[in-house]
Design a protein around this ligand. Structure first.
Ligand SMILES: C[S@@+](CC[C@H](N)C(=O)[O-])C[C@H]1O[C@@H](n2cnc3c(N)ncnc32)[C@H](O)[C@@H]1O
Length: 341
């Protein structure tokens, strides 16, 4: 296509149309999960009428929903009825190893919050009370903590491969959430003891999760506030994962300072998060993630990995480096060692 007043081709508008309707697909997925579509199909194929009975939905609208789910690659229609695709069977069936439903339910919970983006951009305030997910509302908190657990289980093997704690006896996990990373590290290094610090309501759910992982003998929960609670000392390693995206630069710098003080000499500080590149305008996912955090946390946003590396160096950490998780995982680790001198 060419513009009316020149021969210059005008750009294809498809990306804009796709962007403006992207949430239609998200809602189809959320609704199918809420109606337990993938759970019902996990046991075998089902036709529309029986699906509608199981999900307590209207047959006509059920047909429209499953058609859309088919087109999205979530299910497929076979001669004997609808079946889960391999993707849905692997990730969307509750109780299975790779279940992502809790993480997706967290995105579902956030849908209405994203509709408040304009107000949040104007006011620089989150559109929900930040404590909603931190104990304020029990069901949201539960989705959030179990969602973090599922996500941490999915990426934890990568983290424990990338951060070598073989020489460490004590790990302090600040803002540990479910405590899954502590649990995975002590499973890998049986001589390691971990202390998982988080807010009391989160630590209480974390305690159950740590027990369910069979690591409660080696992981202690420490209910507290990382702003004010004194960090235990003698840590050979400190992990701060998924915390910096909630906090201002000043708080992050303070956490780095106090974490470094709590380390033994030569101790390791590993800061894991979704970070942008220098300058904060790429890649795409972290920039959108920054908006998500702005909407949900008082000082939420996203930091650049090189800035975090500089904050560590300013506290005398040596050998600092940035280690990206393998694609498509958006996380990166900024890691360094405490100077012996
Ligand atoms: C995104 S989660 C990360 C959890 C875990 N580290 C992980 O990476 O899976 C951030 C955690 O910080 C905790 N948190 C937020 N503010 C806190 C505070 N003031 N003191 C202690 N923990 C806090 C939250 O409760 C939440 O568990």
């Amino acid at each position: 296509m060419k513009s009316a007043d020149s021969n210059k081709p005008i750009p294809d508008s498809t990306p804009l149309m796709e962007l403006s309707t992207a949430y239609w697909g998200s809602q189809a997925l959320f609704t199918a999960i809420r109606l337990r579509l993938f759970e019902y199909l996990s046991k075998g194929p089902q036709r529309i009428d029986s699906l509608a009975l199981l999900m307590a939905t209207h047959p006509r609208s059920t047909r429209l929903l499953v058609n859309a789910c088919s087109a999205l690659g979530l299910i497929s229609e076979e001669p004997d009825g609808f079946r889960n695709s391999e993707l849905s069977q692997t990730y969307l069936v509750p109780g299975t190893d790779f279940y992502l439903g809790n993480s997706i339910r967290y995105s579902d919970d956030l849908f209405e919050i994203w509709a408040q983006l304009e107000a949040s951009v104007k006011s620089a305030k989150p559109s929900i009370p930040p404590e909603t997910y931190l104990g304020g509302k029990a069901s949201n908190t539960e989705h959030f903590v179990y969602g973090m657990h599922n996500r941490a289980l999915a990426i934890g093997g990568v983290l424990t491969n990338l951060v070598d704690l073989s020489e460490c006896r004590q790990l302090l996990d600040i803002g540990a959430g479910p405590g899954t990373f502590s649990g995975l590290f002590v499973q890998r290094y049986p001589h390691l003891r971990a202390i998982a610090l988080d807010l009391p309501d989160i630590a209480a759910i974390g305690k159950k999760i740590i027990k369910s992982m069979g690591v409660d003998a080696n992981v202690d929960t420490l209910p507290g506030d990382y702003m004010t609670t004194d960090f235990p000392d003698n840590n050979d390693a400190v992990l701060i994962s998924g915390v910096f995206h909630r906090e201002s630069e000043l708080t992050c710098q303070d956490l780095v300072k106090r974490a470094v003080i709590s380390l033994t000499s030569n101790g390791i500080l590993a800061i894991v998060d979704v970070f942008t590149d220098k300058g904060n305008t790429s890649p795409l996912f972290p920039t959108l993630f920054g908006l998500n955090m702005m909407l949900t946390a008082e000082n939420g946003g996203v930091h650049a990995d090189v800035d975090v590396e500089n904050w560590m160096a300013a506290e005398g950490m040596i050998g600092t480096k940035i280690i990206p998780f393998p694609s498509p995982m958006p996380h990166r680790i900024v890691i360094g060692r405490k100077n012996n001198n």
